[in-house]
Write a protein that binds this ligand. Structure first.
Ligand SMILES: NC(=O)c1ccc[n+]([C@@H]2O[C@H](COP(=O)([O-])OP(=O)(O)OC[C@H]3O[C@@H](n4cnc5c(N)ncnc54)[C@H](O)[C@@H]3O)[C@@H](O)[C@H]2O)c1
Length: 334
């Protein structure tokens, strides 16, 4: 018996080198398909309030039985860190070997979260947006907004993107940075002066804000638009107008998680505008071919996700596989 067990520790840059957005999209499709087929164990995340420091730490475990991926993400949101000039969000993912229960890797979860959240929207856009979608609009010029655009560009021929943020400086920085991103991200990135201007010609919209109220007006949308809504993650938060939710074909990451946490759906349900049957499908049902995606060129499709640990754990396992192949990270003897 070998008495020395090692843990591979991977930095943000290791994670970035290990898995591309295109690969993450494929992995996340497979993870959602397992979730919807009952082949994943995913408790609703534990939110541990740390009232003394006005923070909250979330514990997000998952086991995917088909791909045999096991692990947990720990993510902290501590807004008072701003006073110390520190990030408000920290995240770590631990990968556990499924056949022995041995922890085998610990990696930065901040970029991994942006990667897997972008990948879910990439998967949804691939399965639901019109094939001829060429213009994107991004609400929220933060960390998620960046990978949202990258993911959408991965699956559609996006030629122009609009960005809107209530913080005009953040939007300008975003546009400047994303113009030079390269790959499939176009150089034509424009800052919108209003939500209406952002959505006017958009075929795909991503909302990735911290807003608690709708970020655009339903009447400003184009027919046939596809929307990825990933910002609101509590019953009180809302990014999407109730009228849009009501007329859209709604697809979610997980029905259970959305009815527990997604204000975008809970608020219109509580107002009597939609019933729980209004959710047409989980993304995994469409990824697995159990249900079809878009039914007509003119319908509005909406993907709502509050984030799911199957995304973290499946992508983290792929990061580890690639890190071992490429020799990334540091091995620590436990
Ligand atoms: N669903 C998921 O899987 C998932 C994963 C990670 C983060 N999130 C959530 O996504 C949101 C964005 O995360 P982030 O890390 O990019 O945050 P961030 O703080 O880096 O960026 C959010 C941006 O949204 C902007 N904003 C706020 N209200 C707006 C509005 N009404 N219109 C336009 N812009 C507005 C802010 O000015 C800010 O620039 C957060 O609520 C976060 O909790 C969801």
């Amino acid at each position: 018996m070998n008495p020395t067990f090692t843990l591979r520790v991977l930095s943000k840059s290791d994670v970035q080198q290990a898995v591309s957005m295109a690969r993450a999209i494929e992995i996340v499709k497979g993870a959602f398909a397992q979730l919807s087929a009952g082949k994943a164990v995913v408790p609703i995340r534990t939110q541990l309030p740390v009232d003394r420091h006005q923070g909250v730490t979330l514990f997000m475990p998952a086991y995917l039985s088909e791909s045999d991926d096991l692990g947990v993400k720990i993510v902290s949101v501590f807004p008072r860190n701003l006073e110390r000039d520190m990030p408000t969000i920290f995240a770590l993912v631990v990968v556990v070997e499924a056949d022995t229960g041995r922890p085998i890797a610990a990696m930065d979860g901040t970029y991994l979260t942006a990667l897997r959240t972008g990948a879910a929207s990439g998967a949804a856009t691939d399965l639901l947006a019109r094939p001829d979608a060429h213009v994107a609009a991004i609400f929220g010029a933060g960390a998620q907004g960046r990978t949202q655009l990258e993911a959408v560009c991965q699956v559609r021929d996006i030629r122009r993107a609009w960005v809107f943020d209530v913080n005009a400086e953040a939007a300008a920085r975003y546009a400047e940075e994303m113009r030079g991103r390269g790959g499939r991200v176009p150089a034509d990135i424009r800052v919108a002066r209003s939500p209406a201007e952002a959505v006017r010609e958009a075929d795909v919209i991503c909302t990735a804000t911290t807003s608690t109220s709708p970020v655009f007006a339903d009447g400003d949308l184009r027919p046939g638009v596809h929307i990825n809504a990933i910002g609101a993650f509590t019953p009180q938060m809302q990014e999407i107008p109730a009228d849009t939710v009501r007329r859209a074909r709604v697809v979610v990451g997980s029905r259970e998680a959305c009815w527990a946490e997604a204000g975008d759906l809970i608020i219109p349900r509580d107002q009597g505008l939609i019933s729980e049957e209004h959710i047409y499908a989980e993304l995994g049902e469409i990824a697995a071919g159990v249900k079809v995606g878009r039914a007509s060129a003119d319908e509005v499709t909406l993907f709502k996700s509050v984030g799911n640990a199957v995304q973290d754990v499946s992508v983290a396992r792929e990061v580890l596989v690639q890190a071992e192949r490429l020799g990334l990270g540091v091995e620590v003897a436990l």
